[in-house]
Design a protein around this ligand. Structure first.
Ligand SMILES: CC(C)(COP(=O)(O)OP(=O)(O)OC[C@H]1O[C@@H](n2cnc3c(N)ncnc32)[C@H](O)[C@@H]1OP(=O)(O)O)[C@@H](O)C(=O)NCCC(=O)NCCS
Ligand SMILES: CC(=O)OP(=O)(O)O
Length: 332
């Protein structure tokens, strides 16, 4: 079985409730129909009942629960809770009401916060900033974590590198220019995500345009420092840097450029030095190597809420729903 089939089987074994707030997008219904048919999750669709009936016409949504914020009896409680959570940021009751009645992403996040759903998937027709901001503001980081970051699971066809073609790319979605401490935190979280989702031992490469001092620049120094911090914080983790991409994943190049490294040539978790590299890198592999790309998935957050690219397909949404359900199982 491939990566996503294993994830779907896990999701089915202990079904979770996932919220889909993008009820204006046809791909949401296409994905919802497939998820309900396969039984990977129970679904809540958030939006105006009339709009959902109109936009979802022609799809079999049997079993999906429709939640209309304008009429749902929980809305008043969500408004009060949002005010309580964001009062220090100046949020008034009128503002909270306006947000929750008009922005279904905020409503979906409040359903997760209040325990009325186990996770949320959004981002097919909203930018990453608009998708993740409500999660960061309302759900916050999970205990023991200071940083939320984002990663992709990449499944490259006909590839023996990584974990038989499966990799995690981090951060490819959220932290724009992480300093060494943040880069180290992204690496450690990405290793944990790899264990949870791929079920294999992570081998983490801290990527750079330099391998073991072959180039000199402040950008290289940042990755060297991040590698040092990560090794100190997680000495048991197989992690090395700074490594160029070829040295990280091609065994013979790893051996020649970084002899003696346990990670070089065998990395399955790739940590990019900044979001430019991470976001461009995942899209290159997705589009040119025709890899499956699931994400941006979040890590370090209190409850699972995951993003999508606006370029995603319904099958990508279906995959991310199953992954979100498995993250919810793991968080229990
Ligand atoms: C996600 C993002 C929107 C957050 O930044 P922002 O909108 O400027 O929001 P703020 O900095 O005001 O942060 C909002 C809240 O989230 C928190 N936060 C922001 N980044 C965080 C992180 N990485 N981890 C934990 N909390 C974070 C802040 O502390 C703040 O909390 P508060 O409001 O309770 O004080 C921003 O990092 C971003 O735009 N990232 C790039 C996304 C993108 O375009 N990706 C490319 C496509 S995938
Ligand atoms: C992940 C990502 O790049 O998202 P989008 O394509 O929506 O900007």
């Amino acid at each position: 079985m491939g990566f996503i089939d294993v994830i779907k089987a896990k999701a089915k074994a202990d079904k979770k409730v996932i919220v889909l707030p993008e009820t204006e997008d046809k791909r949401t219904y296409e994905a919802a129909e497939a998820v309900l048919k396969e039984g990977t999750a129970n679904l809540i669709l958030v939006g105006s009942k009339e709009e959902i009936e109109k936009n979802g016409a022609g799809f079999d949504l049997t079993g999906a629960v429709i939640v209309d914020p304008a009429t749902d009896e929980r809305t008043a409680g969500y408004i009060a809770k949002l005010v309580e959570l964001r009062q220090k940021k100046g949020m008034t009751e009128e503002q909270a009401k306006e947000i929750l009645l008009t922005n279904y992403l905020y409503y979906g996040v409040m359903m997760v916060k209040m325990g009325d759903a186990d996770g949320m998937v959004s981002g097919a027709c909203h930018s990453t900033a608009d998708t993740l901001r409500p999660c960061l503001q309302i759900l916050k980081t999970k205990p023991g974590t200071k940083l939320v970051s984002a990663f992709f699971v990449m499944v490259v066809p006909d590839c023996e590198m990584g974990e038989h073609g499966t990799f995690i790319f981090g951060d490819s979605g959220l932290e724009q220019n992480p300093d060494p401490e943040k880069l180290a935190a992204i690496a450690i979280s990405s290793a944990e995500s790899f264990r949870t989702l791929v079920g294999a031992e992570p081998k983490v490469a801290m990527l750079s345009h330099s391998t073991k001092g072959s180039a000199k620049h402040a950008d290289v120094d940042k990755v060297v420092e991040a590698t040092k911090i990560a090794k100190e914080a997680a000495p048991e983790l197989m992690l090395d840097g700074e490594l160029q991409l070829d040295a990280a994943i091609v065994p013979e190049i790893g051996e020649s450029k970084a002899p003696g490294s346990k990670v070089a040539g065998h990395a399955n978790v790739l940590i990019f030095p900044d979001l430019d590299a991470g976001n461009i890198g995942y899209k290159l592999v997705q589009r040119l190597a025709k890899a499956e790309a699931y994400g941006p998935l979040t890590q370090g957050i209190a409850k699972p809420v995951n993003d999508l690219s606006r370029g995603c397909s319904a099958a990508d949404i279906e995959g991310v729903i199953a992954i979100t359900a498995v993250q919810a199982q793991a968080a229990e």
